[in-house]
Design a protein around this ligand. Sequence first.
Ligand code: SF4
Ligand code: SF4
Length: 321
Amino acid sequence: MHATLPLLKESDFPAISRGALDTLQVNLGYLCNLSCLHCHVNAGPSRKEIMDKPTIDNVLAYLGQKQIKTLDLTGGAPEMNPYFRYLIKEARALGVRVIDRCNLTILEEPGYENMAEFLAMHQVEIVASLPCYLSDNVDAQRGNGVFDSSIKALKKLNDLGYARAGSELLLTLVYNPQGALLPPSQAELEASYKRELHIRFGIQFNHLFTITNMPIKRFGSMLISRGQFGSYMQLLKESYSEDNLAGVMCRNLVSIDWKGFVYDCDFNQMLDLPMLEKRGEKMHITKLINQDITGEPITVMDHCYGCTAGQGSSCGGALDD
Ligand code: SF4
Ligand code: SF4
């Protein structure tokens, strides 16, 4: 049971509108092998919501017709969708760059033994959560044993060529704070991660993205239960930086849920703030295909301050980098 989040009210967040669309972020379902504390999706092993094959084909039709540059796959653990490999093969055949937002541990689960090889073979970029280079901090946020499993998976990816000198296989790590704090400097933390992971485990990666925790879903409920929701929202608002407004990710991407409905971003998806058709109905990807949404307004609420606080935050990490 999650506490009700006091976000869906009038907000003083500035009005913003869409630029050119270059990324389709697709949530393949809420099934996950983990149940992390900071999860903004409330994903977990018992979730049943999974994108079906007809909807995956709708996604592929959209990619082909609109010539979208990037397909960004999220979940849950996107690899647990039974059509994950099909989607990647077909998208790559269209020449689309594919990103897999991977929790690493799934690569070590029974039944997924050759997933890392598959991702390398199809030149899928991997963006992987690793909230610390120290075992205790990762296990506290993500569950016991997650750190060791993540390290094994990272070694496997390096062995396949990910993040190796001269290789085109890209491996990005993602850091998010342990609690109700803003992330530290992305550049400085990336340097520490590179040094520590190399010294301790011989692991290499290309970039580190720092991402601000959004005050929604599981993390939002945790803030409420600890009495920190108000102070965290105040921190996000006080740290607002106008320079980040031009770069918020919703300007250039749309987010698709497991049923094919369209949202301005993954966070709006989780708050059930869908993009609407002119008639007021939820926009489906099969309808979006006939629309030009450039210049359309984006639905903003108080959680949007999570994207503009401090150095800014997006699926591509800090905005001032
Ligand atoms: S944060 Fe990622 S790995 Fe953790 S439960 Fe959510 S979807 Fe799964
Ligand atoms: S939360 Fe979503 S809609 Fe709001 S600024 Fe961030 S990306 Fe845009």
